[in-house]
Design a protein around this ligand. Structure first.
Ligand code: NAD
Length: 429
């Protein structure tokens, strides 16, 4: 059985959509429109390899819905990419942009390839080839791609350069995720992690808990985790455990320090993939334990900020009774079957596409700044980010109270309703 037929992430995303559509009593036209993708581009990208041969790669750009504005979403390079993964992620971007109340729709792109096996010149060719195929259907007023899994700022600059060559002008707002100084926004590095903590701060306020009286355990020590910890520490909280993947041992380890981890010290022994040097951590007094130890810590807050599907119907039972808030920094860290257990335990969940929407919000800021060709100071970016994340949190929180539903369902209800309204207002349905 092919990987694609074995697991279909788009069918899962559609099932989740159907469930929420029932909850909000969505009409048949809106259902039909929103459960499928609006436009799809599938294309071949021929690349002249370094040895002189030609290899043809399969590329995609999928636009799920652009009722609220031009589509936004990453381009992934992955050997196991499937069209249904790209469809699901495009739909998910629509909901994420809508919950953050950005004037953007949802899109996603991908190429089936393993960039580890491609030289920089071959990667550049692939990026330029992707743009040559997609250029008439993307751009600052249609669809704005960004980096994603295994793509980075360099890939975006190659793509932008090709786009501008075809378009015959400078359109820095056509791609985001560019380096600062070349059209990138200050604050993008911090945005997702800080965004998680802006929403966490509001959740604690509503629960009448002072951040300085809390402790937290974090899964992951990459971009999202490190900046979430930075801001959480600034609010007075104490992180007592972080975990990360160990490339050599091919297992994850938790790094525990009951008196609180020292962020800068840990950063100084971490590689740029978010992997901590185990033996140096031990020398610094961290208890290093394999497995899911981060999840069973006696803390107030859990922040999964690594990968998907970490809190399952089994592992959810490891969560300590003391835990009050789960702030989902990663995408999809909680399996749907675990949600009822979290509810039973009375844990306040800040769902992923609300908690980690700081990244796309800052990408939107980059697009705005690029279109104006005027760039904001860091403080301005972060204060605008705080305003957007706080407003998004309360829009979801208020709806969850009003309709007596979970924060996750409320976030979906709000997002789907906003997009349906956009389609209705345009007279599409
Ligand atoms: P990253 O690659 O910088 O860091 C990932 C971290 O997770 C690393 O420390 C790695 O060691 C750790 N990890 C991987 N597998 C693990 C495991 N099984 N157990 C424990 N730790 C493990 O990634 P990131 O940019 O910080 O992204 C983290 C998550 O947040 C992903 O789900 C990503 O999709 C999501 N996200 C990121 C952004 C962003 O702006 N970076 C935005 C939205 C969502």
């Amino acid at each position: 059985m092919s990987q694609e037929s074995a697991f279909n992430p788009f069918a899962t995303a559609q099932a989740e959509f159907d469930r929420i559509a029932d909850l909000i009593g969505l009409d048949a036209g809106a259902r039909q429109m929103l459960r499928s993708t609006q436009r799809e581009y599938h294309f071949n990208i021929p690349v002249r390899m370094d040895d002189g041969s030609v290899q043809v790669f399969q590329g995609y750009r999928i636009q799920h819905n652009d009722a609220r504005g031009p589509c936004k979403g990453g381009v992934r390079f992955h050997p196991q990419e499937t069209v249904n993964t790209v469809r699901a992620l495009a739909m998910w971007m629509t909901w994420k942009c809508a919950v953050a109340d950005l004037p953007l729709g949802g899109g996603k792109g991908g190429v089936i390839c393993d960039p580890h096996n491609l030289s920089p010149r071959e990667q550049e060719s692939l990026c330029r080839g992707w743009v040559r195929q997609a250029s008439s259907n993307v751009g600052p007023v249609r669809d704005i791609p960004a980096p994603d899994m295994m793509t980075n700022a360099q890939h975006m600059l190659w793509m932008l350069d090709e786009y501008e060559t075809i378009a015959g002008g400078r359109y820095p707002g056509a791609f985001t995720g560019k380096p600062v100084g070349m059209g990138g926004s200050l604050g993008r590095t911090e945005a997702t992690g800080y965004g998680v903590v802006y929403t966490l701060r509001e959740a604690l306020k509503e629960l009448e808990i002072k951040p300085r009286d809390t402790t937290a355990s974090v899964q992951g020590f990459g971009n999202v985790a490190q900046y979430a910890i930075e801001l959480y520490h600034r609010l007075g909280g104490k992180v007592v455990c972080v975990s990360c993947w160990d490339q050599n041992d091919e297992v994850s380890y938790s790094y525990v320090k009951p008196e609180g981890v020292d962020l800068e010290e840990l950063r100084s022994i971490t590689d740029h993939f978010g992997g901590i040097d185990k033996s140096r951590a031990k020398d610094l007094g961290y208890k290093v334990l394999p497995g899911e130890v981060w999840l069973s810590q006696e803390v107030d807050i859990l922040i999964p900020a690594a990968i998907e599907n970490q809190i399952t119907s089994e592992s959810v039972k490891l969560i300590h009774d003391k835990v009050k808030v789960l702030a989902e920094g990663a995408n999809g860290p909680t399996a749907p079957e675990a949600d009822p257990y979290l509810e039973e335990k009375g844990i306040f969940v800040i769902p992923d596409f609300l908690a980690n929407a700081g990244g796309v919000t800052c990408s939107y800021f980059e697009q705005v700044q690029s279109n104006m060709n005027y760039f904001w100071e860091l403080g301005e970016v972060l204060s605008k980010l705080d305003v957007k994340m706080t407003a998004a949190f309360y829009a979801v929180f208020d709806l969850s109270k009003k309709r007596d539903v979970s924060m996750r369902d409320a976030a979906y209800m709000l997002a789907i309703d906003r997009v349906a309204m956009g389609c209705r207002d345009r007279g599409w349905i």
